[in-house]
Design a protein around this ligand. Structure first.
Ligand SMILES: [Ca+2]
Ligand SMILES: [Ca+2]
Ligand SMILES: [Ca+2]
Ligand SMILES: [Ca+2]
Length: 366
């Protein structure tokens, strides 16, 4: 590829968009900040890049003709939004469906654009997950709104529910689902079942607890999507990133809050809350992890949760290629693994509270 100077890319991800053969990840995509940010004078000259992996660490620029030309955003996330088995793309400023062969069709909802209050307000981290457990992947968008601390504005994290169409439509349910506006920035967002009750929650990099911990929108469950927010909003404190991972292997998802201000420490938050049962699934097959869909059902066949293994999303954070699913009160579940090539593997009667690395089977270790 030809080097392009001045590109600032706060977010990037790697995903097999064109379902390349073998182990290679065939495409990576990065997005630069929008050009109007005067304090980043070199940003926004080219827009995001779609890079095609030719193997041996060689990449070609596949942006032209892809439908992704001239895009500026702070974050990108990939996942199957229309259920056809190919990964699609949601970024802070637009949504695209994969048409195959590294071509994308824009399906951005009319009300997707973030409306700035001041000069340094942007939609930020994007993350995907099936928040209402209807089988269709929804979109969560964080906010990097300096107005929240400079003008005492309150700005929510936004949620768009997928209507399940082939060219999916998305409904902004931010207000109806009770996503309380935040008095500080929340650039990073991640869908994660923090209490393992089987309903996906939204962790943000805003603070709660009067600035002492991360703010989490807890999914109240049920057919009508509704969230509760952590207590103690009001502090200006926020973190720039907050990747989620079960660091101490106790089944509860922990988070590392990354500090932007050099004089302050980054913080590791250990999850010490109440927890339901859980299961984790990772792929032991090199290069075939990202895009694997893990579906968990109770023994009566009710789907409890589904999660696509992904490494991207959010803001300036990453994630492990692991599906972590809360199970609530279910201690034994059936698991279905759908590989990126469409192959389906059924794993019946799996005991909860373990990490399962497929295909070697269950083990206590990782
Ligand atoms: Ca798709
Ligand atoms: Ca959904
Ligand atoms: Ca939950
Ligand atoms: Ca933990």
């Amino acid at each position: 590829m030809t080097p392009r100077g001045g590109l600032i890319a706060p977010s990037s991800l790697s995903v097999d968009f064109d379902r390349g053969e073998g182990w290679r990840w065939r495409a990576a995509v990065g997005f630069s900040q929008r050009s109007s940010w005067s304090r980043w004078p070199n940003s926004g000259e080219t827009g995001g890049l779609l890079l095609h992996n030719e193997g041996s660490l060689q990449f070609t620029d596949a942006t032209d003709g892809s439908g992704l030309e001239g895009i500026f955003a702070l974050s990108a996330a990939a996942g199957d939004l229309n259920g056809d088995g190919s990964p699609d793309l949601a970024i802070s400023t637009a949504v695209f469906v994969n048409q195959g062969g590294l071509g994308f069709l824009e399906v951005t909802p009319d009300d997707y654009a973030a409306i700035p209050i001041g000069d340094e307000d942007d939609a930020a981290g994007v993350t995907l997950g099936d928040l209402n457990r209807d089988g269709f992947t929804d979109i969560v968008v964080g906010q990097h709104y300096r107005a929240a601390v400079e003008f005492d504005s309150e700005v929510p994290v936004r949620v768009f529910l997928n209507d399940g169409g082939d060219d999916p439509g998305f409904e902004d349910v931010t207000e109806s689902a009770g996503l309380t506006p935040l008095p500080t920035l929340a650039p990073h967002v991640q869908v994660a079942d923090i209490d393992n009750d089987s309903w996906p929650d939204i962790l943000t990099s805003a603070s709660s607890g009067d600035g002492t911990t991360l703010a989490v929108y807890r999914n109240l469950g049920g057919s009508d999507l509704a969230f509760d927010i952590s207590d103690g909003l009001g502090s200006d404190q926020y973190w720039i990133g907050a990747p989620v991972v079960d660091v101490d292997h106790d089944g509860r998802l922990d988070a590392f809050a990354v500090e932007w201000e050099p004089s302050l420490p980054s913080m590791m938050f250990r999850n010490a809350g109440e927890s339901g049962h859980w299961v984790e699934v990772s792929m032991g097959v090199p290069g075939r992890r990202v895009g694997t869909l893990v579906t968990v059902s109770s023994l009566d066949g009710t789907v409890i949760g589904r999660q696509e293994i992904s490494v991207g999303g959010g803001y300036s954070s990453g994630r492990l290629p692991v599906a972590h699913l809360g199970l609530g009160g279910e201690s034994v579940v059936d698991i279905t693994i759908t590989l990126p090539d469409g192959t389906v593997h059924e794993l019946p009667g799996i005991a909860a509270d373990q990490h399962l690395r497929w295909p070697e089977g269950c083990s206590a270790g990782r």
